[in-house]
Design a binder for this molecule. Structure first.
Ligand SMILES: Nc1nc2c(ncn2[C@@H]2O[C@H](COP(=O)(O)OP(=O)(O)O)[C@@H](O)[C@H]2O)c(=O)[nH]1
Ligand SMILES: [Mg+2]
Length: 195
């Protein structure tokens, strides 16, 4: 599916006025700096160079919009929880992300990424509470599953993550190997077509 998808970079926004105006459903990728948002986005569309990935945490400060075949937008949000960023910078990022999450009408689904090895961290929980408060649909995705050895380890970590969100599914994926990406597409597509 991903191979046939035509994905295109649209805009890198640093202010809300720069968000695309054309009403298209959006799926946003959220998570800590370095959790693998951009990598997963690239893997989803089968283009390793589309979203800028980096081993240097905290360097994406814009909200990046990508068009997918003209009927869906993927949105790469700046990572939170980068401890080395100065307080004022962190506040500014949080404000910008909040502005998007609070007011973006076309936002259909938030993909919340967790590192499968670490599970929930405090900033992830804050984001989750904020999304629930805002009544935003979200899907928890545990990434970097290739870093774990064996399916037992994966199951154990997924179970651990799921235990904090009763009644919800947790998908395990790897942006490196592509594992779980098909399932993630199905989840995105279900939301996209249900509204
Ligand atoms: N092994 C492995 N490494 C990953 C995976 N996803 C991302 N990475 C690595 O983690 C680092 C941060 O990834 P990036 O996508 O830039 O994270 P972002 O800051 O959340 O956008 C990079 O060095 C990636 O190569 C994954 O699924 N498996
Ligand atoms: Mg990134």
């Amino acid at each position: 599916m991903a191979a046939e998808m035509h994905a295109e970079f649209l805009v890198s926004a640093t202010r809300a006025e720069q968000f695309p105006r054309e009403p298209k459903p959006e799926v946003a990728f959220l998570g800590r700096s370095n959790v693998g948002k951009s990598s997963l986005l690239n893997q989803l569309v089968g283009n390793q160079k589309l979203a800028f990935t980096s081993s240097r945490p905290g360097c994406t400060q814009q909200i990046n919009f990508f068009d997918l075949g003209g009927n869906l937008r993927l949105v790469d949000l700046p990572g939170y929880g980068y401890a080395k960023a100065p307080q004022a910078v962190r506040r500014e990022w949080a404000g910008f992300i909040n502005e998007y999450l609070q007011s973006r009408e076309v936002l259909r689904l938030c993909i919340c990424l967790l590192d499968i090895r670490r599970g929930w961290m405090e900033t992830d929980r804050q984001l989750r509470e904020w999304l629930e408060f805002q009544q935003r649909p979200y899907l928890v995705v545990a990434t970097k599953m290739d870093k774990l050895r064996g399916i037992q380890q994966v199951r154990k970590q997924v179970e651990q993550i799921r235990s904090e969100i009763p009644g919800r599914d947790v998908l395990a994926v790897s942006a490196q190997t592509g594992q779980g990406v098909k399932e993630l597409w199905q989840a995105i597509w279900k939301i996209r077509t249900s509204q």
